[in-house]
Design a protein around this ligand. Structure first.
Ligand code: HEM
Length: 502
């Protein structure tokens, strides 16, 4: 009993001391923020659960200024002029252990996204950078077109049925299938079967809250947080589905190795997987790039590249349909380009031609600005000598971060109408400057590796669909449903699709 009392007393003293330290002595004690955040990470977890962290955070910034304390050792900065310093080329800020939570137990090296050691990250990324360049991704344009054909069929079905259809879901299926065709030489089958292949989408929806929450707690608590997911109905099935996602890369590598053996070492398929096999051939022994690393590339692409891309395309289409003025202006641009032979009048639209449509390009940028695919701050440690930001000194080793959903709506840079969907802002003379204040794809050493894949997916699909079909929201007055649990996902965008008369 006495031991228990001593332990309890010790715990209470520690807790009181911790609160006093956090609220009055910590370098961040001077910054405003929610009470729970001033001594814990509970505020973030609570907001993750609500699915609308960016809404609450925006209110805090609007009321209390550009620096808000979101956890005992972390602030969010809403002023987009700091992006270059924190995330730009040559930055000395480093990723925090938040990222290591997403690393897979079978990895020999943390995947690029999870690698928080700048030296190792730079070395590992150098091995594969060329696989993700637009020149290499461009080689797979015909493969992406196979998925566009499948998407086109689903849109056609919707127009023929005359019933509302959920474009958010079809675009999600499309984005997953593109990863399938690029990395496995075949779409996974989402669009073909009109089903959630192996339950991956459901698994992500069920588990993302726990995966994100586990990244915010200390390492020793991560497994505990993940285990709490068992209270959610269907969690076990979701965990099993997630396992099949992680195994998919393993299966793909094994299958390709077997095919290579059978063909006497001739690589018969030409896809991203083949590119990684070439990296393995060249660097395998020298740089430890083998099957587990290829598996890591594939797993990251499925997890980091599907929902993010789907969210971006859905945002562009949703905001166009929500703002008919922009929709009609874009439709005119596409029709004129068809009439002048700058894009094809039927069949697939070439990426090289789509990017040359100025208003369309502006609509895509604006769709990704008003809606960021990732909706939490990207946390970084301040450099070892400390740093000055916005006239404030930040000591070494504290966490700062910008949330793309907040900084991309910074009125100081994007103007008083920053909350509105106004593609025209990208046609002005200051467009290049606006670009520097975007964080949707990250920046500098951690700039999204799959950006070119996503650009190809987005820019190829939409002009063709709008050329041949009209899209209208079932209820244009209703806002879309968004859930932000790291992936900032649109749901249930009910749309009426009509075949255009030509
Ligand atoms: C519209 C679609 C996408 C968006 C908005 C997006 C966004 C981002 C962002 C913001 C980061 C940096 C995160 C940070 O610094 O904290 C990132 C990194 C990354 N993304 Fe993407 N992503 C997209 C598509 C893809 C695709 C298709 C792939 C792969 C096929 C991919 C793979 C990666 C990888 C590997 C990293 C880590 C890069 C590094 O740290 O070296 N992403 N992405």
């Amino acid at each position: 009993m006495a031991v228990m009392l001593i332990l309890l007393g010790g715990l209470v003293t520690w807790f009181v001391g911790w609160i006093i330290y956090c609220r009055w002595l910590h370098p961040y004690s001077k910054y405003p923020g929610p009470f729970l955040a001033s001594f814990s990470r509970l505020w973030i977890i609570k907001e993750l659960y609500s699915g609308h962290l960016e809404v609450t955070l925006k209110k805090w910034h609007a009321k209390h200024g550009p620096i808000i304390r979101i956890a005992e050792n972390e602030v969010s900065v809403s002023d987009s002029t700091v992006i270059k310093a924190i995330y730009g080329a040559g930055t000395t800020f480093t990723k925090t252990e938040f990222y290591s939570a997403f690393s897979m137990p079978w990895s020999r090296f943390p995947e690029h996204f999870c690698n928080i050691d700048p030296k190792s990250h730079g070395e590992r990324r150098k091995l594969v950078n060329h696989v993700y360049t637009m020149t290499n991704v461009g080689r797979y344009e015909p493969a992406i077109e196979e998925c566009i054909e499948l998407l086109y069929q689903r849109v056609k079905d919707a127009s023929e049925s005359g019933r509302p259809t959920d474009m958010a879901l079809w675009l999600r299926y499309y984005a997953f299938d593109v990863i399938g065709i690029l990395f496995f030489s075949r779409p996974f089958g989402f669009l073909e079967t009109k089903k959630d292949y192996r339950g991956w989408i459901n698994a992500t929806d069920v588990l993302i809250l726990f995966m994100a929450a586990s990244a915010f707690v200390p390492r020793w608590m991560r497994s505990l947080v993940l285990m709490t997911s068992i209270v959610v109905p269907g969690a076990m099935a979701a965990v099993k589905a997630m396992d099949t996602m992680s195994d998919a890369g393993f299966e793909a590598v094994e299958k390709r190795q077997k095919e290579l053996e059978e063909s006497g070492g001739v690589m018969e398929k030409d896809d991203m997987l083949a590119s990684f096999f070439r990296v393995m051939e060249e660097h395998g022994d020298l740089d430890n790039f083998g099957p587990p690393e290829i598996r890591g590339e594939i797993y990251t692409a499925i997890i980091a590249g599907s929902d993010t891309t789907a969210s971006a395309i859905t945002s562009v289409l949703y905001h166009l349909t929500k703002n008919p003025r922009t929709y009609w202006k874009l439709r005119d641009e596409i029709d004129t380009a068809v009439a002048e032979g700058r894009i094809s009048s039927s069949g697939r639209v070439r990426y090289a031609n789509a990017v040359k449509l100025p208003y369309f390009d502006a609509c895509c940028k604006e769709g990704m600005r008003v809606h960021a695919s990732l909706g939490l701050s990207f946390p970084r440690y301040t450099p070892k000598e400390g740093v000055e930001l916005l006239g404030e000194f930040f000591p070494p080793g504290v966490k700062v971060g910008c949330n793309p959903q907040i900084v991309q709506r910074d009125k100081g840079v994007f103007g008083e109408d920053a909350d509105e969907f106004v593609p025209e802002r990208w046609l002005g003379r200051n467009a290049a400057d606006l670009e520097r204040h975007m964080l949707n794809f990250g920046g500098g050493p951690h700039m999204c590796l799959g950006k070119n894949i996503s650009m190809m997916e987005i820019y190829k699909a939409l002009p063709e669909l709008i050329r041949d079909y009209d899209f209208e929201l079932v209820d244009p007055k209703k806002e879309w449903t968004l859930i932000n649990r790291w992936f900032h996902q649109p749901k249930n965008v009910q749309t009426i699709v009509t075949k255009r008369k030509k």
